[in-house]
Design a protein. Sequence first.
Length: 176
Amino acid sequence: MEPEIIIRPYNEGYQSKVTALILQIQRFEFGIDITLNDQPDLLNIGHFYQSKRGNFWCAINPYDEIVGTIALIDVENRMGVIRKMFVRQDCRGKEKNVAGDLLDALENWAHKKQFSTLYLGTIDKLKAAQRFYIKNDYKLIDPSLLPASFPRMPVDNLFFVKTLPTRFGGDQGLLR
């Protein structure tokens, strides 16, 4: 049986483990020429992501290792931007579902915080990431249709959007 992975909101004690995971995947696995200094958000995750209605989550294995991350930036007008979706190579795939669990945590939070639309940017060479987002009902969007408040990363060249179901109060659930 696989050891259980727990999804938790970020806390400052995770700082070095989070940055190590993200830089390892960006630089060595995907060959993206980016440093920690190019990502000031990673130097102050709490302030950058855990403000307004945003948040940052970590997937943690039983050995207290960070094996995945995902973040949500609140860009106003009930819109959010997904960032920092990274899963350690040995924790990827449908069987482990770490990426799915991270995305579920983010989308559940977004529903509770009444976000209406989620956006994200990625890189065209990350084919598995694109398939994952499409499988989870994210649609490719022309960059000209991104909201003005969308914080663009220089390396991103593909963009996705998902409209979240509208909720009404009480037990009425989701509209389809």
